[in-house]
Design a protein around this ligand. Structure first.
Ligand code: PMP
Length: 421
């Protein structure tokens, strides 16, 4: 076979072994061309919720493709997008009345930032500072990197990134520092918006904080007229135990970003939901106040149909029960390692469990990361540690015995670290 021409994401080709080829996906499994079946413990980068190729989603994609493909979404509309927008408004926290489509988590966040700045400009009170949380990740475009943590991922692009105000992560016992910092930024610098990953910071190492802090951040934002942007790209669609993580804090953000599980993880789609007040700031006979954003594949009808099928699954199948069972199983699994000195911390929020190994050299480039990934793959388990943080974020169809296999492997993997020390 000739050399592959594919340049893979987040892949250092100089050290990466040959990439296994996947020929079929089903439920919690990826089947390789050599017949081995890999258990997808990270939902293929957090997108697959019910399991790979849920029949209802496959059917929606198939049948919609019989009548519709991409349609320009400026000046035209179509039923899948209309129905999906109504359904999303019905499911999202109250107060979100408008749905703007795009095609990835990053674009949904770019849209959110542009909505926030455009809002303040259009109401004649320009504000431009964005407040972000330490260790956040919101995507890999220039705008989303700007509002994310700075580090090895984006060091080369630093000169292009815009300046933001960073509040500390609300670590246990230090929550007040976070709230005080946000209060100061929103008072002194008249922040346009705060953007947060509610309850769980994903790529930043599955760092978790409580719903009460989320509620406090919202309260401060409201008091200072700072828009509150919830990036639910990873946390949405059940991952934290509820449909959206914001529900647990009883809050409705001004802007909510969703993607990944929106289509059950089958096909790309994203949406940015906004309040009526934000929409009205752009609503004017003056065309210069239009929200100038689009991408070619906005509201792809096939993707919208997949999302509608996903919503029907949430309505018709016991998804919340599955999420609750998985939440309990994850909590039990975490207890097994709670007192284990090989781990610096073990934490769970909803269906997400993180096992932070006690190592001298932590962080994303921690030596142990690639070794662990190879160790799991040899055992037909797809686990991609974030440096020294092993995490499980499986689709909701995963069984107790499959989770048990994963926990056994984590147990063995922790010994690997011991040997490396
Ligand atoms: N926001 C969050 C919280 C994410 O976890 C991600 C992706 N992991 C993104 C935004 C970016 O999404 P995408 O990769 O689809 O652009």
């Amino acid at each position: 076979m000739s050399r592959s021409a594919v340049w893979h994401p987040f892949t250092q080709h100089a050290v990466e072994p040959a990439l296994p080829k996947v020929v079929r996906t089903e439920g919690a499994y990826l089947q390789r061309d050599d017949g081995r079946r890999i258990l997808d413990a990270i939902s293929s980068w957090w997108v697959v919720t019910h399991g790979h190729r849920h029949p209802a989603i496959v059917e929606a994609i198939r049948s919609t493709a019989e009548t519709l493909d991409q349609i320009i979404f400026a000046g035209l509309t179509h039923a899948p997008a209309e129905e999906l927008a109504s359904a999303l408004i019905g499911l999202a926290p109250k107060g979100l009345d408008w749905v703007f489509y795009s095609d990835s988590g990053s674009t949904s966040v770019e849209v959110a930032l542009k909505m926030a700045l455009g809002y303040f400009r259009n109401i004649g009170a320009p504000r431009s500072r964005i407040v972000v949380m330490e260790s956040s990740y919101h995507g890999d475009t220039i705008g989303t990197m700007s509002v994310g943590a700075r580090g090895v991922f984006n060091a080369a692009y630093e000169p292009l990134l815009f300046d933001v105000d960073t509040i500390p992560f609300p670590a246990n016992g230090r929550e007040q520092e976070t709230l005080d910092a946000f209060e100061a930024f929103s008072r002194d610098r008249k922040a346009a918006a705060l953007i947060v990953e509610p309850l769980v910071l994903g790529a930043g190492g599955m760092r978790m904080y409580s719903p009460s802090i989320l509620a406090e951040l919202k309260r401060i934002a409201e008091a200072s007229g700072t828009l509150f942007i919830a990036d639910e790209v990873m946390t949405g669609w059940g991952r934290t135990g509820t449909l959206f993580a914001c529900e647990q804090a009883g809050i409705a953000p001004d802007i909510l970003c969703t993607s990944k599980g929106l289509t059950g993880g089958a096909i790309p789609l994203a949406a940015t939901l906004a309040t009526n007040a934000i929409f009205l700031a752009f609503y004017s006979p003056d065309r210069s106040r239009t929200f100038f954003h689009s991408s070619s594949y906005t509201a792809n009808p096939i993707a919208c149909a997949a999302a509608l099928a996903n919503i029907a699954i949430w309505r018709d199948e016991p998804v919340i029960e599955r999420v609750t069972t998985l939440t309990q199983l994850q909590a039990e699994g975490a207890r097994r390692f709670a007192e284990d000195s090989r781990f610096a911390d073990v934490r769970v929020t909803g269906t997400i469990a993180a096992f932070e190994l006690a190592v001298a050299n932590s962080g994303y480039l921690a030596e142990i990361g690639p070794k662990l990934r190879a160790f799991f793959l040899e055992r037909d388990l797809l686990v991609r540690p974030l440096g020294n943080v092993i995490y499980l974020l499986p689709p909701y169809c995963v069984s107790a015995s499959e989770l048990g296999r994963l926990h056994d492997a984590i147990d063995q993997a922790a010994d690997l670290v011991g040997q490396a020390r």
